[in-house]
Write a protein that binds this ligand. Structure first.
Ligand SMILES: [Mn+2]
Length: 327
């Protein structure tokens, strides 16, 4: 049986479905989860969505966002017989789990570094977003896609492609969004909610972060830093640093951009590449993962030590690509 049909038949027969999405949830994780939950509920099934972190305030326009429950312990999770993980490349992205969840587990994702941690693994690395895979699933399932579902899936694809600017924007992602607009998603409203509804504190935080701009490799590498103190001063949270890495990336000549954000445990590093350097490989060598053009990792180091550890790796990968000796 086709993998999509296998997933559909599991969804059809399950009386309830537990949906898990990755920590620091983004528009793709949240949108995909809400779309799936809304469809399942319309078919009379119980659903529960869990995440290590809460929904960032600028995604709280999404219909049903309150369904996403923040959990820190596996014991707080209600496990239905079927569990669906979305946009989560490995179990480390679901830190409230002690191990693989009970019951039948379906893993739907588009990260090439996905570890195939489910019983059924619908992993499509060429998809721009997990939302694109979920949309394909719903189309094959021939269920009703309401305007709320369309809004959630459009938001997933729109945000994971950086507003259709990133290299993962394809004819398929645009065709999906065309269909989703036809089904009731409103691009202008979604764009305004996602990208023009930030707090003033976030804008002040961005100012402080941009003040730390550093460059290396003759202008090929650029990065900014966010300290915990900066977030305290501006009254902001980790979700306010989403997209910050795209500012150093937007400099002419920069091939790889990074954001170093100080966390309680150490440093979270976000990588973005304009295409020549595979940043997923660098992130994976540091225990993280992601896509060729967008990746991340967590380091148990001080900010200074993290910069000293990571930047030489990026410089080396860039010089390797530029010397054309690398494959
Ligand atoms: Mn995604």
């Amino acid at each position: 049986m086709d993998l999509y049909q296998a997933v559909i038949s599991e969804l059809e027969k399950a009386p309830g479905v537990t949906i898990l999405i990755h920590k620091s949830p983004d528009g793709d994780a949240i949108g995909s989860a809400l779309a799936l939950a809304l469809v399942l509920e319309a078919r009379g099934k119980e659903t529960a969505i869990y995440c290590w972190d809460g929904v960032p305030y600028y995604y709280r326009f999404l219909p049903g966002w309150q369904r996403v429950r923040k959990v820190k312990e596996e014991g707080e999770v209600v496990f239905h017989p079927l569990v669906v993980g979305l946009d989560s490349s490995d179990l480390g992205r679901l830190p409230f789990l002690r191990d693989k969840p009970p019951g039948t587990v379906i893993n739907i994702d588009h990260h090439p570094t996905n570890t195939r941690w489910g019983d059924l693994n619908l992993v499509e690395p060429q998809a721009s977003a997990t939302g694109e895979i979920v949309f394909g699933l719903l189309e094959r399932w021939e269920v009703e896609i309401t305007p709320h579902v369309a809004t959630a899936l459009y938001t997933a694809i729109f945000t994971d492609t950086g507003g259709f600017r990133f290299s993962n924007t394809t004819d398929t992602s645009l065709l999906c969004c065309y269909k989703l607009v036809d089904l009731g998603a409103v691009p202008y409203e979604i764009a305004t909610n996602v990208y023009e509804s930030y707090s003033s504190g976030r804008m002040r935080l961005l100012g402080l972060a941009l003040g730390t701009l550093s460059m290396a490799a003759g202008g090929g590498v650029a990065w900014v830093v966010v300290t915990r103190e900066m977030m305290e001063t501006t009254g902001t949270g980790p979700e306010d640093t989403e997209e910050f890495v795209n500012f150093p990336k937007s400099i002419r000549g920069v091939e790889v951009a990074l954001l170093f954000r100080e966390t309680e445990e150490g440093v979270k590093v976000s990588f973005r590449s304009k295409g020549r350097v595979d940043v997923a490989a660098i992130a994976a060598s540091l225990g993280g993962g992601g896509h060729k053009a967008a990746a991340g990792c967590d380091l148990d180091l001080s900010l200074d030590a993290a910069v000293e550890r990571v930047i030489p790796l990026v410089e080396e990968a860039l010089s390797c690509c530029l010397s054309s000796t690398c494959s």
